[in-house]
Write a protein that binds this ligand. Structure first.
Ligand SMILES: Cc1ncc(C[n+]2csc(CCOP(=O)(O)OP(=O)(O)O)c2C)c(N)n1
Ligand SMILES: [Mg+2]
Length: 356
């Protein structure tokens, strides 16, 4: 199966192009956009970890190390496409146009954080694992029924492939030939469980065979492989070729969330080694240096602009008035249930200092 689904690389670890047929498509404009978004997503992720440590946002799921997966795939989308993220995919949503302010609001536990910019079809992050796959298949099928050229992309991890919803989503999309791209970020861990203890198969891409859909395995730290393979899959979807399962092999450097301690279950040397060899940003920099496209001053300008953008978003978020605790109870169901009513009463009794 590893031979049937070889890991596609367009660029090697030294930043050399391995697939000459792509050479012409790797324009300076594309490279600059990729690099800018990679830097922007990494800086934002690091800032979020720091905000969580300062108690300014809640528990946070970092994606450092997975930026090429998220930036490369989101850049391949068209304006009218759907994006279904997990809790670890705000690198993708911000690249697709979600505002940093709303992403931060989400991590402060505010329901307003789930509102995408006008016209952007970005779903709220799915925390229940794999539940977003049937949603994406359904949204894509609706676009097909309406006769549009819009497609959907849905992100999920290696762990999600052990859930029933993964199989239901792929099966539905396959049967109804829905224009959806199943974008798997195989970061090789589901919290503390390594992939070898999650599944017997050597690849995730091969699971496409069971649904008779396209399956492809790519190096998720190679932004060109991610961008071109996602573009190809989206093209296929728009042109009636049905769904694709993309397995992007990657690695998260840090903790599962800020509530997790990875030293308890894996050797930290591995992340250190990967930072020096397979890091998605370093790799693109190596390519840019070979082309003579790497300019320190330009990079500094990007960093200054992104710092200002992030600082502005934080300032706006911290000016938003405190949430009304009643919101927690009022927006669960259209008609409140008696259990919710009881919980609401108990909460306000507690807040007033009494007992429930
Ligand atoms: C239905 C469901 N079961 C269990 C959990 C608890 N949980 C949260 S994250 C996670 C691991 C998911 O791993 P993976 O799909 O590989 O995504 P990653 O976190 O690595 O991005 C689990 C089991 C959950 N959120 N939802
Ligand atoms: Mg995982």
């Amino acid at each position: 199966m590893e031979q049937q689904f070889p890991m596609i690389q367009v660029m090697d670890y030294e930043g050399c192009i391995l697939m000459p047929e792509y050479r012409k498509k790797i324009t300076k404009e594309l490279v600059m956009a990729c690099y800018r978004h990679l830097i922007r997503t990494r800086m934002f992720d690091r800032k979020c970890v720091s905000l969580q440590r300062q108690g300014r946002i809640g528990t946070y799921a970092p994606y450092e190390g997975q930026e090429a997966c998220q930036v490369g795939s989101a850049l391949a989308l068209e304006e009218g496409d759907w994006l279904f993220p997990t809790y670890r995919d705000h690198g993708a949503t911000m690249t697709f146009g979600h505002s940093l302010k709303h992403i931060l609001l989400y991590w402060k536990g505010r329901n307003e954080g789930c509102i995408p910019p006008n016209g952007k079809k970005i779903f709220p992050p799915s925390v229940p694992i794999a539940t977003q796959l049937p949603h994406a298949a359904g949204a894509a099928y609706a676009e097909k029924r309406k006769g549009t050229m819009n497609a959907a992309i849905v992100y999920f991890g290696d762990g999600a492939t052990s859930e029933g919803d993964f199989h239901e989503g792929l099966n539905f999309a396959s049967v109804f030939h829905a224009p959806v791209v199943f974008f798997n970020q195989n970061n090789q861990y589901a919290i503390s469980v390594p992939i070898t203890r999650q599944m017997k198969t050597k690849t995730i891409a091969q699971k496409a065979l069971a649904y008779d859909i396209e399956g492809v395995r790519i190096d998720g730290n190679d932004i060109f492989a991610v961008y071109f393979e996602t573009e190809k899959a989206l093209e296929r979807a728009r042109n009636g070729g049905g769904p694709t399962l993309i397995e992007a092999v990657t690695w998260r450097y840090g903790a599962h969330t800020t509530a997790d301690d990875p030293t308890k279950y894996r050797d930290q040397e591995e992340s250190k080694r990967r930072r020096e060899t397979t890091d998605p940003i370093r790799r693109l920099e190596r390519f840019m240096k070979q082309e003579g496209w790497f300019d320190e001053e330009w990079v500094q300008n990007i960093q200054d602009e992104v710092t200002a953008e992030i600082d502005q978003a934080i300032m706006e978020v911290e000016r938003v008035p405190e949430a009304n605790p009643a919101d927690m109870f009022d927006y669960v169901f259209a008609e409140p249930t008696w259990t919710i009513e009881e919980q609401k009463k108990a909460y306000f009794a507690w807040e007033r200092g009494g007992t429930a």
